[in-house]
Design a protein around this ligand. Sequence first.
Ligand SMILES: [Cu+2]
Length: 138
Amino acid sequence: MNDRSHTVFVLAAVALGVVPLSSYADQTIHVKLSDNMIQLDPGTAKAGRVTFEVNNAANGKTEHEFVVLRTDLDDAHLPVDKGLVTESRFRKMGEVEDLAQGSTKRLSLKLAPGRYVLICNRPGHYEMGMHTSFVVAR
Ligand SMILES: [Cu+2]
């Protein structure tokens, strides 16, 4: 593709809404999983494409996971049954499973404005403190 046809292609893509310039900014949230907490940097995002870069930074050999739930509930007060948060009660946006100690995986989601809760739902891990809230602004 020469320069001119490339320009035409890009303009056509923008006109069609294939490449919405206003919401194009890619947002990366660095997620650090420890055995008793989940830390986010930064802790909020704007609506649109959000990529969670999830690192298992636990000291031991414990595997963790990372689940994104859409809910207005306080992250510390989710329903729990036998050590597991009852995920079926929520809209699950996505998850990263089987994250070995020291490893990093990415999860890219399109998120609408609202409140979310991020948890690790390995047995007992939620109750150990592996949860945090996450707000997506307009
Ligand atoms: Cu965990």
